[in-house]
Design a protein around this ligand. Structure first.
Ligand code: TRP
Length: 479
């Protein structure tokens, strides 16, 4: 039988896993949520959740993957009868996330091109229009967003076709350090702008956002908890088998516990750094601009670059950084899908057929991405609310929000909850212990892990799930 090729080195694995974790979620989610939810207070809650849930689920997923040597579907099938379908929930989530992630990745490529246009005063630059107008024009030009979205899908597919060691590891080993350096340059630029200090206050000083009228009132504890929890899961790429898949390619001699800890720490550091880059820019040069979501990335930031000396150079650098961050995440999502089918073909003795499966998966993703692009943040087309016959609300007015809410809000916390129940109660945490302690490695947090995976993490997950459902559907459970 053909050998299953994995990562060449632990560094390569770490860069790929951090690459998966660091993505659009870090850049537009974390800084804004931190500012609006009480600055340092939010950070501390986030860190506690990361320690009691993030690291736990990370160790669990990596261990399940490495133990079984299979993608998400194969791993759960090998582990338990009751949970054998759970891998499929992961594959479904991967598709839904990819649909909107690739559309957004395409927008990022468009903005690199736009800033190149600005640098050379070419016709494809902003042509003196404001950030909002440029974005509005782009959104109403559906053909253009479809083309950029498909370019992004194509790039993702080409990397995944190259395999884990050959494609994913190579791209991330270069791309992640490069991203880090560009981020440093952008932070220095942003924090030396006059007025940048208000951005730092917004992010770090508890209560500053409310006192200064940036948000009307302080959110209550439950909504902070569920915001932090949802953000953490999405940002760490947990709850849908991405880390199971990457873990399955990791060598048995590497230390899982240390790797899990490093991934969580690095992802959080990059999220904070992304905040130091975008939020001060917003407060200095576009004080009315959006603070999060696509509008932050594509309107506020473009306004900032338009007003900055040498702005187009920084614009090119910044959007390139975002493209790197997005691609290193989208390849992990596509790999979740491709790994499963390759495993199956290999088990059937047909070789792994990686290229064929990457192509088929990319075509399917491309179709969903086209749907999101045509809809262009709620423009034309049939919105989910028309199809489902429901009232217009945050999640139902466009496909982007719909796919986002269903995957991030429901499927991922649910996936993580069920994974904990599977490890803690169905197969028992010893499975993880056995895997972590292979080849003389120690499992320092074993006692902590066992308590968390059985009790603390599932309870926290239930709260996060309830909080997310509440905020999407406006049940008003948490006031
Ligand atoms: N973590 C990425 C971000 O912060 C998104 C992402 C990539 C993801 N792969 C994932 C989310 C797998 C969940 C599961 O933008």
């Amino acid at each position: 039988m053909e050998e299953r090729k994995g990562f060449g080195s632990n560094f390569g694995f770490l860069m790929a896993a951090v690459g998966s974790a660091v993505g659009l979620g870090n850049i537009w989610g974390f800084p804004n949520k931190m500012g609006a939810n009480g600055g340092f207070t939010f950070l501390i809650i986030y860190l506690i959740l990361a320690a009691c849930c993030g690291i736990i689920v990370m160790i669990g997923e990596l261990a399940l993957g490495r133990k079984t040597g299979k993608g998400a579907v194969g791993a759960y099938k090998a582990l338990s009868k009751k949970f054998k379908w759970l891998g499929w929930l992961g594959i479904l989530s991967a598709f839904l996330i990819l649909f909107f992630y690739c559309a957004l990745g395409g927008y990022c490529i468009k903005y690199v091109v736009l800033n190149v246009g600005n640098l050379f005063n070419a016709g494809f630059g902003s042509n003196g229009l404001s950030g909002a107008d440029v974005f509005g024009n782009f959104m109403s030009n559906q053909m253009e967003s479809v083309i950029y979205g498909l370019i992004f899908v194509l790039l993702t597919m080409l990397i995944v076709m190259g395999g884990v060691g050959g494609g994913i590891e190579k791209v991330c080993s270069v791309g992640m350090p490069a991203l880090f350096i560009i981020l440093l340059i952008c932070i220095i630029r942003a924090c030396t702008l006059p007025g940048a200090v208000n951005g730092l206050k917004y992010m770090f000083v508890p209560g500053w956002a409310v006192e200064n009228g940036v948000i009307p009132k302080a959110p209550n504890f439950f909504s902070v908890l569920s915001t932090a929890g949802g953000q953490m899961f999405f940002s760490l790429s947990l709850g849908m088998g991405a880390m199971i898949t990457y873990g399955s390619y990791l060598s048995k001699k590497e230390n899982l516990e240390k790797n899990a800890l490093l991934i969580v720490i690095m992802d959080t550091i990059v999220a904070l750094m992304a905040g130091l880059c975008v939020i001060p820019g917003r407060f200095a040069l576009d004080p009315e601009g959006a603070l999060g979501g696509p509008a932050l990335l594509f309107i506020t930031m473009q306004n900032v670059f338009d007003k900055m000396p040498l702005g187009s150079v920084f614009g090119i650098l910044f959007y390139l950084l975002v493209v790197f961050a997005a691609i290193s995440s989208s390849i992990s999502l596509l790999e979740v899908i491709v790994a499963h089918f390759c495993d199956k073909a290999r088990d059937a003795g047909k070789g792994d057929k990686r290229k064929a499966y990457s192509l088929i998966a990319a075509v399917a993703v491309g179709l969903g991405c086209v749907l999101v692009c045509l809809d262009c943040l709620g423009g034309a087309g049939i919105a989910p609310m028309d199809l489902l016959g429901v009232e217009k609300s945050g999640w139902s007015d466009c496909w982007l929000d719909f796919f986002d809410c269903v995957s991030e809000g429901i499927m991922m916390p649910l996936g993580a909850l069920l994974m904990c129940l599977c490890i803690g109660w169905e197969v028992g945490p010893k499975v993880v212990d056995d895997e972590v302690t292979l080849e003389g490695n120690t499992f320092k947090s074993k006692g902590f892990f066992n308590i968390c995976v059985k009790f603390i993490t599932p309870i926290a997950m239930l709260l996060v799930l309830a909080g997310q459902l509440d905020s999407f559907f406006g049940f008003g459970w948490f006031g």
